[in-house]
Write a protein that binds this ligand. Sequence first.
Ligand code: DQQ
Length: 481
Amino acid sequence: MTKPTGAPTALRIENWRAYAAEQRQRFIHDPHRPRYHFLPPANWTNDPNGVIEWEGRFHLFYQYNPNGPFWGTIHWGHAVSDDLVFWEDLPVALSPTPGGPDADGCFSGCAVNDGGVPTLVYTGEAGGRQAQCLATSTDGLLTWTKDPGNPVLASPPAGVRPLDFRDPFVWREDGIWYMVLASGQVEGGGVVLLYRSPDLREWEYLHPLLTGEVETTGEVWECPNFFPLGDRHVLIVSVWPKHSVHYFVGDFVNGRFTPETHGVLDPDGSFYAPLTLQDSRGRRLMWGWLDETGGRGTSAGWAGVISLPRVLSLDAQGGLKLEFAPELQKLRSRHLISDNLAVPSAKAIEAVKGRSLEIRLNVQRGSARRTGLSLCRSPGGEEETLVYVDWETEQLVIDARRASLSAAGGGVQTGRLGAPGDAVDLHLYLDGSVLEVVADGRLALNARVYPSRDDSLSVQLVAHGGRCMVSLDVWQLGAIW
Ligand code: DQQ
């Protein structure tokens, strides 16, 4: 393994806090850097890992490269929050151990409470092989000791791709630990493998929980989540190499999962590798990785953002619903506008400017073919990002093709609204280069946008091919650092 040469990885908490604060300060003038999303003080992050509520506080771990804003030498970074909104940086939790089963990286995994002992279950990578490892803490989740028995599970069953065997998601049921791991079939598509254990250390393979077809859900699955929701069970998988996230809803009886509904979470976007947690209020919360898409290289000094938390639920048809966690309302620093407006074709909202906004918009069908917003808009419209409902195709669209005059990567993302009726509720969070949108509490699209002009700050309502009515609320949001 390459010895980390970038950021420190073994600082005590006071020194880490000082390091993190200094790093965050470095980026305060970067207009693309989010102000209220969690991301590491500097360098790279990808998947959220090991989210757990422990003694009333939420711990978030994350894939972290201390050596720069690119994937490699993967550690677990760590942060803690009292309220899911404000996060405090904590020292790096896991680093690769030279000569160990995680010598080349501490890949994704989860955190569980093993009879009062906080325990991380993660994938170690060494020499191209992946195996499951444990680490425990005795000082309130600050420092972690790797299990002397690592790896606790070294190789996958026959018929499964031997070099893709990762991302443990573990739960306890009737006094037994269960674990799902993701891989791909040697002949076939992705697979989620089901295991059980009395003690997290001895694992027995049961059977595949679900297998997929290459044509529909890709070659390899990653980052499985499997959990009860209402009276059903939900399986979420991330599809590699396509970077899309699929979910299945069905029943789990006698260890067998029978999916009935299949959908795509956040189609077309930069949202990947989500991890969920059931909190002490019984809510199923979900965070994902928002990848960079702007081709900025390593010059920015940071890359990757953790999404805002969403609360999952099911509709009567077994479709997955999602809403931003209500705690995020704490971010509101100023209510900029609350209005009902007729939109003839395009209407600037003078009161609203900025890239740190929450927008709630109810758009009514009217005679327009498309209704929505232009965001991050320069005064002459040279740069803008469009978010709109296309009533003809019944789609939600983010069109970022003109988001930036200089950065690469802005495309068009679409998601099916499915019989939108006469009005659609849009809930948007804009934070520097991050745009997260939820429509009608059931469809999410996420985009990264990198306007090049300092004055690309305006917001405009737009209606194409007719008129419409909208009601609108906009808040300026504060920073969490
Ligand atoms: N990222 C991790 C893997 C996981 C992938 C490595 C998904 O454990 O499968 O950084 O982004």
